[in-house]
Unconditional design. Sequence first.
Length: 103
Amino acid sequence: MIKVTPAAAAQIKLSAEQGKTEGMSLRIAASRNDDNSIHYGMGFDDSKEDDITVTADDIELIVSASSAEILKDTTIDFVELEPEKFQFIFMNPNDPNYTPPSE
C-alpha cells in the first residue's frame, strides 16, 4: 500500500524522538481538492479505531479508510528540494499532477 523510503523513515524516527512521541504511529491523511489534486497531512497519533495499520520500513502508519484508496501505492520520501531545504514528498500515482521521477 504505502512505502516509506529509508530517508523518510530516518526523519520520521528523528521527529518522533525530538517531539517525544516515540511509540506513536504516524497518521497519513489525504483528501481530494476541488481540482482533483490531493492534499496530504501527517502527524503522530495513537488513535487506531477503525483505521488501517500499515508497517513500512519499521514505521507504523495509520490511515483512515477514506484516505486509503487515495494513498494506494504512494511512496513517502524526504528530499532536498533546494539547498538546505528538506521536506517530505508524496509520490502518488493516484494524483493527476504526479509525474514519476526520472532516473
